[in-house]
Design a binder for this molecule. Structure first.
Ligand code: PLP
Length: 367
């Protein structure tokens, strides 16, 4: 065998454990209930599907690289300056772009203990060091984050609410975090699940994003808007950060189909409201069912629940996962998040949640 040809990757890249998405099939099961990727229970909005289909005859044309219509619509919907909005192929792309832009060897980025795995992955890919910060009750701790800041800290990630724990920091805590950070660090607020949250003390963090500041907010069309397959996200940035991200991104990084479907999904407020109300109702119902049979459930505000299992062979999360899978129910294992005793379940349709709760009850009550 000949030796590999070509240059090696930059230092650090081979240290990355690649992100593994939720499973979508079970061997031997023709029909499965996929509750493993925090997707929309109802699929995409019918209006988004219609807009998507309507792009077909124009697919030979390049998309509007400036995403002007969508940014204008987002600005109007959320009361934000569209000039400071940048769209990406999922918020994952925006996470990758800002880490590439601002982090390099010698820099550190803070993230909380059980936070979304793309932060350490993107930080490592940029050649910088991800620093894991302890949480309190599976919730990001502002005190611990501020304590972990060093002169090397260039970025601080907060998923609010967080995936996979579902917990959130109230607006006052986010402000305290922002106020305590040095101006040399960029605070990245990832509000992927913001549209699901109805708590009065929660905000997406958009109000903390000042034109000349050091705070950014990321959002996605993959969750409440049901467009995960199209890859569409957006960020609200200080002017100087928007300028940097616009320089670094591909000129046509968002497809014309994603732009059109995104605009229609944003306008379909009835669909969004239906999803939000359904999710809240069935999230609380499912949590109550799990608690009834003695399981601990982290109080989450997104479209998923983190369910804890005893650390006892045969009754643990691995056994529960196998039991659910045998019934065609796919949830997410949490070993990669250091939560091997938990499973994360997305809120699906009513019949799916009834089937899930029934299986969970059967599992928990088995002798
Ligand atoms: C906290 C958080 N941020 C970002 C994303 C990625 O979203 P997108 O599909 O827009 O890349 C996810 C997806 O699961 C998420 O949970």
């Amino acid at each position: 065998m000949s030796a590999k040809k070509g240059p090696g990757p930059r230092p650090g890249i081979m240290e990355i454990a690649p992100y593994v998405g939720g499973e979508s099939a079970v061997e031997g099961q023709a029909r499965v209930v996929k509750l493993s990727s925090n997707e929309n229970a109802f699929g995409p909005s019918p209006k988004a599907m219609e807009a998507y289909r309507a792009t077909a005859p124009e697919l030979h044309r390049y998309p509007d690289g400036g995403a002007t219509r969508l940014r204008t619509a987002l600005g109007k919907a959320w009361g934000l300056d569209p000039e400071r909005i940048v769209c990406g192929a999922g918020s994952d792309e925006l996470i990758a772009l800002i880490t590439r832009a601002y982090l390099g060897p010698g820099d550190e980025a803070l993230y909380s203990e059980h936070e979304f795995l793309m932060y350490p992955i993107a930080t490592t890919a940029a050649g910088a060091k991800p620093v894991k910060v302890p949480e309190t009750n599976l919730t990001a701790s502002v005190d611990a984050l501020l304590k972990a800041v060093t002169p090397k800290t260039k970025m601080v990630f907060v998923a609010n609410p967080n995936n996979p724990t579902g917990t959130y920091l109230p607006a006052a805590e986010m402000r305290r975090l922002r106020d305590g950070l040095p101006p040399s660090a960029l605070l990245v607020i990832d509000a992927a699940y913001a549209e699901f949250v109805t708590r009065p003390d929660y905000t997406s963090g958009a109000e903390l994003v000042e034109a000349d500041g050091n705070v950014v907010m990321l959002r996605t069309f993959s969750k409440i808007y049901g467009l995960g397959g199209l890859r569409l996200g957006w960020g609200f940035f200080p002017v100087h950060v928007a300028g940097v991200v616009n320089r670094l991104r591909g000129p046509f990084n968002v497809s014309s189909a994603a732009l059109a479907a995104g605009e229609a999904a944003l306008a379909d407020t009835g669909f969004v409201e239906k999803t939000r109300a359904h999710t809240e109702r069935w999230r609380e119902w499912t949590a109550a069912e799990a608690r009834k049979v003695g399981l601990t459930v982290t109080p989450g505000v997104g479209n998923f629940l983190l369910i804890h299992f005893p650390r006892e062979k045969g009754r643990d999360a691995a056994a529960a996962d196998a039991f659910l899978k045998a019934r065609g129910l796919i949830v997410r294992r949490m070993e990669r998040y250091g939560l091997g005793h938990c499973l994360r379940a997305t809120i699906g349709q009513e019949d799916e949640m009834r089937a899930f709760a029934a299986a969970l009850t059967e599992f928990a009550q088995a002798k």
